[in-house]
Design a protein. Structure first.
Length: 214
């Protein structure tokens, strides 16, 4: 079984393993370290996958990365590097953060401090859980917001204590700043396009990988 992890449904909306397939399992972990660790540990306690991937959105830190760029960092034993490269993904360095990087200034500071290409919130702990059990793993993410883009809202202020989106807080923020609604709608459109691009790359990689096993 190959375990493909996403934090939220918006990231996974276009990734649909073949109906009835038991060889690919999609897991929604929730946002952040604690939720991802709990979800992955639960699955690993029941079954040991042959491969685990942490997928979803990432924020761009390197200025040259446009929205929709699919980037990756995978263990050598996954055998995925050449498949991902042929599918159009690029190798990259990821930086893990406990919060959403929301501003151009914050992203610039992170890039200068870490020299990472992108920032995200779950892959480090997911891959660490896999290393503890000698399971090959990797990160395959798509750039949602670039290094030169501020997010329309500070989503950190709209999270519950267990890092779930509080939609009442989101609604209140839009009431206070209705001019942000247009930018939020643009981000939603951008996220759908990014999720579709990620799903396309995953299909191009995982289908040949499974075919090789026959």
């Amino acid at each position: 079984m190959i375990l493909v992890c996403f934090a939220v449904k918006e990231e996974a909306r276009f990734f649909k393993p073949a109906p009835g397939s038991q060889r690919i399992r999609k897991l929604l972990t929730g946002i952040g370290r604690h939720n991802a660790e709990k979800a992955v540990h639960t699955v690993l306690a029941q079954q040991k996958p042959r491969l685990v991937l942490s997928c979803g959105f990432a924020g761009g830190l390197r200025p040259e990365l446009p929205t929709g760029s699919v980037i990756f960092s995978v263990d050598a034993e996954t055998g995925l590097e050449s498949l991902l490269s042929r599918a159009g993904a690029k190798p990259a360095r990821f930086h893990w953060l406990e919060r959403v990087a929301t501003t151009v200034q914050e992203k610039r500071m992170l890039w200068q401090a870490t020299n990472a290409d992108a920032v995200e919130m779950e892959s480090q702990i997911i891959c660490a859980c896999c290393r503890d059990q000698a399971i090959p793993s990797g990160t395959v993410r798509v750039i949602l917001d670039t290094a030169s883009e501020d997010l329309p809202l500070d989503f950190n202020e709209m999270m519950t204590a267990n890092q779930r989106m509080d939609y009442a807080k989101l609604a209140m923020a839009l009431v206070k700043a209705p001019g942000k609604l247009s930018a939020l709608r643009s981000l939603q459109k951008q996220s759908a396009e990014a999720a579709e691009r990620l799903a396309d790359i995953l299909d191009k990689v995982l289908n040949p990988l499974l075919a090789q096993e026959h």
